[in-house]
Design a protein around this ligand. Structure first.
Ligand code: NAD
Ligand code: MG
Length: 388
C-alpha cells in the first residue's frame, strides 16, 4: 500500500479540473492519480494522464473513444468511454479522494457513486446538490462519505463554521461579486453578447458558471448548495454583493462575532484546502495585500435586474422538485444564450416559465430527480423555441 493519497478527478479538463491537476502534479510525494474523466477533450486529457501517470482516462463522449485509445496506445494507461465508464471511474476504490468537477446535472451520477463508497469528495459540482440535495446528503450520512466544499464561498464557510455549536450560529452570509453587469442597466443587459457575459471581472471559470455569475443564478444555486451543506434554512442565508471578491463568505454567531475567510480570488486556494484536508498544503496563489486593496465594499443585490435570487429562494422554500427543475431549465437557457439563440435576460424568463409549467412533485429517489430533470429540459427547450 502506498502512503500517497489516491485521487480521481471527474471533469479534469475543465477550469476546476486543470487547477486540481496543477496542484496534484506539484505534490507527487502526497498524491497518485487513479482516474481522469472528461467529456470529449482528448488532447488535454491524454496530456494530463501521461503527466500524472494516471491508471485510467475516460471520456463521456463515446465518439471520442477511438482518438483516446490511439493516443494512449503503448502508454500503459487504460482508456474507456461512455456514461457507465464515467460512473465506474468514480467507483474505483483505490482513489479515496475524488474531485467532482463535472459541470451541470451530468455530474450527479458519478458524484453519487463516489459518495456511495464512502469517499472523500471535493465538491465543485454544485448542480448535483441543487437538484438532489436532500437525497445526496442522506447518502453522504449513510455511507459515511465526506463532502468538502470546493466552491469558494462554501469552502470559506466550512473553514469558519463551528460544527460543534450549531445552535450558536445565527446565519451564514454568502458574498457575491455581482459579475460583469453588477452596475449595468437592464437595457444594457438585454443586448449583451456571450463574450461580454463570460468576461468575469475577478474569476477565470468555465463558460456555464461564468454566465451563471453574470445572471447571479450562480448565487441562487449557491444558496441552495449552502442550505444542504450546512443545514441552514433559507431565511438564515443572506447574500451580499462584495465586488472585490476578497471576503469569500462569513458566518455570524449569536454573540455578535462574524467570522470570515479571505483570500485572493483564485480557485487554487479552496481546491488546495479540500485536497490537503484535514491539513493544509501550499498553493501557488498571490498573497493577499490588504493595504494595496485598501477598500472592501458591500451592497445589496438588485432584485429587479437579478430575478434569479428570488427564483432560487422560492425554489428552496417550495422543496421537492422545484430546485431540480430550476437547475435543468437554467442549463438549457444558458446553453441557448451561449449559442446566441436567446438574449441574456431571457435566461431568467425561461427558468421562471419552466418552474411554472412543470408539475411540482416530491423526490423520493435519484430516478425521480432524473425524470424531473428530463421533463424540465424538454419544457425549457420548448420555451427557448418560443422566445428565440
Ligand atoms: P468547465 O466547463 O471548465 O469544465 C467542465 C468539465 O466537465 C470538463 O472537464 C468537461 O469535459 C467535463 N464534462 C462536461 N460534461 C461532462 C459529462 N457529461 N461527463 C463527464 N464529464 C463532463 O467547468 P468549471 O468551470 O470547471 O466548473 C465545473 C463545476 O465546478 C461546475 O459545477 C461549476 O459550477 C463548479 N465551480 C466552478 C468554479 C470555477 O471557478 N470554475 C468555481 C466554483 C464552482
Ligand atoms: Mg462560488
Amino acid at each position: 500500500m502506498s502512503a500517497r493519497r489516491g485521487i480521481t478527478i471527474l471533469g479534469s479538463t475543465g477550469s476546476i479540473g486543470c487547477n486540481t491537476v496543477e496542484l496534484v502534479e506539484a505534490r507527487p510525494d502526497l498524491y497518485r492519480v487513479e482516474a481522469l474523466v472528461a467529456n470529449s477533450r482528448v488532447d488535454i486529457l491524454v496530456d494530463q494522464a501521461k503527466r500524472l501517470k494516471a491508471r485510467l482516462a475516460v471520456v463521456a463522449d463515446e465518439a471520442a473513444y477511438p482518438a483516446l485509445k490511439e493516443a494512449l496506445a503503448g502508454s500503459g494507461i487504460e482508456a474507456a468511454a461512455g456514461a457507465k465508464a464515467v460512473v465506474a471511474a468514480a467507483e474505483i476504490p483505490d482513489a479515496d479522494w475524488v474531485m467532482a468537477a463535472i459541470v451541470g446535472a451530468a455530474g450527479l451520477a458519478p458524484t453519487l457513486a463516489a459518495v456511495r463508497r464512502g469517499a472523500v469528495v471535493g465538491l465543485a459540482n454544485k448542480e448535483c446538490l441543487v437538484c438532489a440535495g436532500q437525497l445526496m446528503m442522506a447518502e453522504v450520512q449513510k455511507h459515511k462519505a465526506t463532502l468538502l466544499p470546493v466552491d469558494s464561498e462554501h469552502s470559506a464557510i466550512f473553514q469558519v463554521f463551528d460544527f460543534d455549536q450549531l445552535d450558536k450560529i445565527e446565519k451564514i452570509i454568502l458574498t457575491a461579486s455581482g459579475g460583469p453587469f453588477r452596475s449595468k442597466s437592464r437595457d444594457f443587459m438585454a443586448d449583451v453578447t456571450p463574450e461580454q457575459a463570460v468576461a468575469h471581472p475577478n474569476w477565470s471559470m468555465g463558460a456555464k458558471i461564468s454566465v451563471d455569475s453574470a445572471s447571479m443564478f450562480n448565487k441562487g444555486l449557491e444558496l441552495i448548495e449552502a442550505h444542504h451543506l450546512f443545514d441552514m434554512p433559507e431565511d438564515r442565508i443572506d447574500i451580499v454583493v462584495h465586488p472585490q471578491s476578497v471576503i469569500h463568505s462569513l458566518v455570524a454567531y449569536v454573540d455578535g462575532s462574524v467570522l470570515a475567510q479571505l483570500g485572493a480570488p483564485d480557485m487554487r486556494t479552496p481546491i488546495a484546502y479540500a485536497l490537503g484536508w484535514p491539513k493544509r498544503i501550499e498553493a501557488p496563489v498571490a498573497k493577499l495585500d490588504l493595504a494595496a486593496i485598501a477598500t472592501l465594499t458591500f451592497e445589496q443585490p438588485d432584485p429587479l435586474r437579478f430575478p434569479s435570487l428570488r427564483l432560487a429562494r422560492s425554489a428552496l422554500r417550495a422543496g421537492g422538485s422545484a430546485a431540480a427543475v430550476m437547475n435543468a431549465a437554467n442549463e438549457i437557457a444558458v446553453a441557448a444564450f451561449l449559442d446566441r439563440r436567446i438574449g441574456f435576460l431571457d435566461i431568467a424568463q425561461v427558468v421562471e416559465r419552466t418552474i411554472e409549467g412543470v408539475e411540482h412533485c416530491e423526490l423520493g429517489s435519484i430516478d425521480d430527480v432524473l425524470a424531473q430533470d428530463h421533463k424540465a429540459r424538454q419544457f425549457a427547450s420548448t420555451v427557448v423555441g418560443h422566445v428565440s
